[in-house]
Design a binder for this molecule. Sequence first.
Ligand SMILES: *[C@@H]1O[C@H](CO)[C@@H](O)[C@H](O)[C@H]1NC(C)=O
Ligand SMILES: *[C@@H]1O[C@H](CO)[C@@H](O)[C@H](O)[C@H]1NC(C)=O
Ligand SMILES: *[C@@H]1O[C@H](CO)[C@@H](O)[C@H](O)[C@H]1NC(C)=O
Ligand SMILES: *[C@@H]1O[C@H](CO)[C@@H](O)[C@H](O)[C@H]1NC(C)=O
Ligand SMILES: *[C@@H]1O[C@H](CO)[C@@H](O)[C@H](O)[C@H]1NC(C)=O
Ligand SMILES: *[C@@H]1O[C@H](CO)[C@@H](O)[C@H](O)[C@H]1NC(C)=O
Ligand SMILES: *[C@@H]1O[C@H](CO)[C@@H](O)[C@H](O)[C@H]1NC(C)=O
Length: 393
Amino acid sequence: MHIPNALISLLPLGLLAVAVRLPAPSGPYNVGFTQHIFNHSTPNDPTPGPGTSYLTSIFYPTRSSLAPNTSVPYFDPTSAAIWGEVFNILPADLESLETTLQWQAPLLSAKDDVERVKDRPTLVFSPGGGMNAAYFTSLLSDLASQGYTVLALDHPGEAPYLPLPYGNPGVVGWDIYMPYSDALIVEIYQFRRADMLHLLGPSGFPALVETYGAYFNTEAYGAFGHSIGGATATGAMDRNRNIIAGFNIDGGLFGDSVNASMHGRPYFMTMNPNHLAQDADSWPAFATRYYNESKTAPGWLDWTTVEGSAHLAFSDVALWVELLPQIPNTTAQVDLGNVTGTRMDSLLKSYAGAFWEFVRGGEYDGKLLDGEVEEWPEVVFNARVRSNGTQGY
Ligand SMILES: *[C@@H]1O[C@H](CO)[C@@H](O)[C@H](O)[C@H]1NC(C)=O
Ligand SMILES: *[C@@H]1O[C@H](CO)[C@@H](O)[C@H](O)[C@H]1NC(C)=O
Ligand SMILES: *[C@@H]1O[C@H](CO)[C@@H](O)[C@H](O)[C@H]1NC(C)=O
Ligand SMILES: *[C@@H]1O[C@H](CO)[C@@H](O)[C@H](O)[C@H]1NC(C)=O
Ligand SMILES: *[C@@H]1O[C@H](CO)[C@@H](O)[C@H](O)[C@H]1NC(C)=O
Ligand SMILES: *[C@@H]1O[C@H](CO)[C@@H](O)[C@H](O)[C@H]1NC(C)=O
Ligand SMILES: *[C@@H]1O[C@H](CO)[C@@H](O)[C@H](O)[C@H]1NC(C)=O
């Protein structure tokens, strides 16, 4: 290939990383993206962060087409250096990841577009412990492309580094290798739950929406999260009945989320095959209690295992490892099981998509939600609760 000299001089020496794009979102819309810093105090914040705010990233459907000058970068250089070292990926390669997100792209304006999306629950997401919400961009973008508004939370100081928008300095957090004690995990759960409840409360997202006069739904929410984010979503559901359903991605229940009452709200849980080795009690107890409650009230619960997966395979990390080269003669220091990032990515998008479609009152994909299917043989069902009593636990 002949590259004109003028172009060669533009390439940083030794950093010939070719842009790699995440799998394209599957829905009919393109994806807009913005961020907002909410003031909210965390008394005695255990993290090195200031404890005065949290960051919300907002993914939403748009008809605007992706242009290079509006695409939001995936990694900032500081985070790329930190995470690259952990997974033996060159920071330049991590920085080469491209999203399909468009910074502050116009909202939908056509009347039928707005009609199609405005009554969907707004989905609120909490990432895995120590991880930035950005590392779930693929799933979050996909849901936005289906028509959902998705709010993803970051608590400054928890992740090793959190870049902040609008010229604010990024926040350096806990060291990436710092072990979490059981007591600290409960504290993390508590400040995250408080952040999520604030976001859904009157001075959070609803106030922001009112300021901008946007059509986003501030009446009905769905909560979901990975790892400790699953507990966050569940604990928030216990306290806020505007959350109409929950989706727990491989997250043990901590603190008082172990006793959260769902009042029959749909709840989907999916885990890696070793989940119960680390968390023997919280999921079986939760499912049993849910089943008990559903005998006298409505109820809908799915509990699945993804055979062959591991905890971080339920995040974009599995995509980084699959799509980007390893530093020569190293292997990724991460257990992803025997699954690949791209398959896990489309698996999770399929099940989360089917679940939220059912929750919003769209089509019920009984094929996917009611049991094993040929297309996804690695997804096995451990329990199902249905209020009409036709399928037991
Ligand atoms: C948050 O607080 C800072 C200063 O304490 C203030 O400048 C900023 O406007 C506040 N942000 C919002 C969204 O209220
Ligand atoms: C992006 O590029 C397009 C042309 O490709 C131009 O019309 C538009 O103004 C640019 N937007 C920004 C934010 O620079
Ligand atoms: C959960 O409920 C049980 C039974 O009421 C109680 O013993 C336990 O202390 C509760 N756990 C938490 C963390 O609130
Ligand atoms: C479920 O109900 C059974 C009997 O109705 C009871 O023995 C058991 O303690 C209950 N379990 C939970 C977790 O609520
Ligand atoms: C992947 O691991 C699961 C067990 O976790 C096993 O059932 C499956 O056969 C494995 N698949 C391959 C292709 O090795
Ligand atoms: C990688 O390992 C191979 C075989 O052990 C060796 O020949 C090669 O020089 C190594 N490359 C680097 C970059 O260390
Ligand atoms: C019970 O609910 C399931 C799932 O919602 C549905 O597939 C099934 O047809 C229902 N059965 C009856 C008898 O209503």
